[in-house]
Design a protein around this ligand. Structure first.
Ligand code: COA
Length: 260
């Protein structure tokens, strides 16, 4: 399917989704949100896709936020629907069941930071900038920023970033636990490809089980989280991949996981 605001690429089992509105710093208008929702649903349902890389077109921005022009004249009811559309997309990414890796080369502000935080892992260029500047527009974050930043970085950092609207660099974002790795701009593509390839060769059902257990564990009391982990662990023993992984280890060869 052809998208007006996205580019889709495939390299082996790695699908790359690129937000492609560089003249607007890849800002998220409604059409782009809808296209992202479709593109992630397609990636979820395509068994050939084992990992998704999400990025923005051009050097300057990952995504510089929700589209301010489009937002400026929304009614409260329309704003509620816009927020829900964005939140549903972020939740769908988080619950995709396959690892999603954000490649952040430039501005990840507002909805862009929220989009990056909905991904499971984030690799940033030293040139990347993160922030929740909504307060400067008289707004609050609306695509999950107050909630996901809180869970990633804690209350003090979340309140500081959301109340000041200030941007932080990639190193500070890593210190806060928002970013997994920071690399030189020229090393970004290699770092992303290497990690994506590693994830693409991992056992897909085990990856899904880990994603589920960690996401649930962030919200549930520990006894529930531990029970969920036990059930996931037991379920893995019903998979061909578990037989393949353990046999390959014992036979001193590399496993070939099939997601069965
Ligand atoms: N929504 C809509 N358009 C946006 C946008 C956004 N969130 N962010 C950038 N753009 C547009 C600009 O309006 C400009 O369009 P134009 O050339 O038609 O005027 C274009 O992208 C380039 O941006 P510009 O502001 O000229 O680049 P800059 O290098 O001077 O500044 C930023 C870069 C990121 C600091 C600045 O664009 C910015 O502050 N953007 C808004 C960030 C924000 O508040 N995001 C949260 C929204 S809830």
């Amino acid at each position: 399917m052809a998208y007006r605001n996205l580019e889709i690429g495939n390299r082996g089992a790695v699908r790359t989704i690129t937000v492609n509105r560089p003249d607007k710093l890849n800002a998220l208008n409604r059409e782009t949100l809808n296209e992202l929702t479709l593109a992630f649903a397609q990636a979820a349902h395509d068994d050939a896709v084992r990992v998704v890389v999400l990025t923005g077109a051009g050097e300057k921005a990952f995504v510089a936020g929700a589209d301010i022009g489009e937002m400026s004249d929304l009614s409260p009811a329309q704003a509620q629907a816009f927020s829900r559309t964005g939140q549903r997309l972020m939740t769908a990414i988080e619950r995709l069941g396959k690892p999603v890796l954000a490649r952040v080369q430039g501005f990840a502000l507002g909805g862009g930071m929220e989009l990056a935080m909905a991904c499971h892992l984030r690799i940033a260029s030293e040139k990347a900038k993160f922030g929740q500047p909504e307060i400067n527009l008289g707004l609050i974050p609306g695509f999950g920023g107050t909630q996901r930043l809180l869970r990633l970085a804690g209350r003090a950092a979340t309140l500081e970033l959301c109340l000041t609207g200030a941007s932080i660099d990639a190193t500070r974002a890593r210190e806060l636990g928002v970013v997994n790795r920071v690399v030189a701009p020229e090393a970004l593509d290699d770092a992303v490809d290497t990690l994506a390839d590693q994830l693409a060769h991992a056992a897909p059902l085990a990856a899904a089980g880990i994603l589920d257990a960690v996401l649930l564990g962030g919200e549930a009391p520990i006894d529930q989280g531990l029970e969920f982990e036990t059930q996931g662990f037991a379920l893995a023993f019903a998979t061909e991949d578990m037989r393949e992984g353990t046999s390959a280890f014992l036979q001193k060869r590399k496993p070939a996981f099939k997601g069965r």
